[in-house]
Design a protein around this ligand. Sequence first.
Ligand code: PBG
Length: 332
Amino acid sequence: MSEFPGFPTSRPRRLRSHPLLRELVRETELSPRDLILPLFVRPGKGVRQEIGSMPGNFQLSVDTLVDEVGAAREMGIASFMFFGIPATKDATGSSALHDEGIVQQALRATRKAFGRDVLLIPDECFCEYTDHGHCGVLHTRDGVTDVDNDATLANLAEQCVSHVKAGADIVAPSGMLDGMVGAIRRGLDAAGFVHVPILSYAAKYASGFYGPFRDAAESPPQFGDRSTYQMDPANGDEAMKEVALDLAEGADMVMVKPALSYLDIIRRVKERFRVPVAAYNVSGEFAMVKAAAAKGWIDERRVTLEILTSIRRAGADMVLTYHAKDVAKWLR
Ligand code: PBG
């Protein structure tokens, strides 16, 4: 020590010495306004069926969904993502396009109940509506059955227009099809909805972390997996390409999904493109926290706030999360 008088001269602990000082120098804030709560709507009345692998999250009918949005709104959450579980499924997912479809009904009812006090963001995809569980119509080429990219694009645009007519504020295509953003932009513009933004699931990985969601939305693929449209978890440069293409096609905001294993991607997208970035803290990430907390192995509140703060710190402006109501309660 003697050869370094006054050592150490730089003492980072100085700024950690007082709770108020720690608040003053805190770089990342977490607020309920940054959160988007995903909700699952199904036909019926008075339905509030808890999803086994996602405690505190429910399959709801339109009436109970309106109640749920109201309760979340009271807690400060303003933005909601809707997923539909339709009464009937078929090969093309045609029920997604009906103006009386389940998500369309949910949009109209929520819009009517809350006016401009909420942001409604339907997920735009077909996996919940097709009997085979893939994200679009299928075709068979060289003996291999797969999603027919271009045939699905027109349907996607039609689904979005129908959702906007029903009250959607933003559309969020999640199918990872080539050209989906451009097709939707053209479809919305032609229908007079030039003002409606697109939040593209631009970098969505073929992930094992979607497990519980597929129970929630009753949408597992009946054969194969989604690796021909969703991205390989090993790739990062490819995410930059996907984001660049979606922005060029007219995406207003881009999403990285899942969040936790992809914090590096969130950071790279934010630094490179400087556009609003969403991150999806997906069902499997949620379920892991809930399961470990139920066993008493982790402190749920502390871990959840740490996770969501970290996703924000990585560069996400907004986070889709099933923890939204818990977080809003804790931040109060
Ligand atoms: C598909 C879609 C999925 C999720 C959101 N949109 C599932 C999938 O791609 O298989 C997953 C969300 C989650 O796991 O929380 N339209």
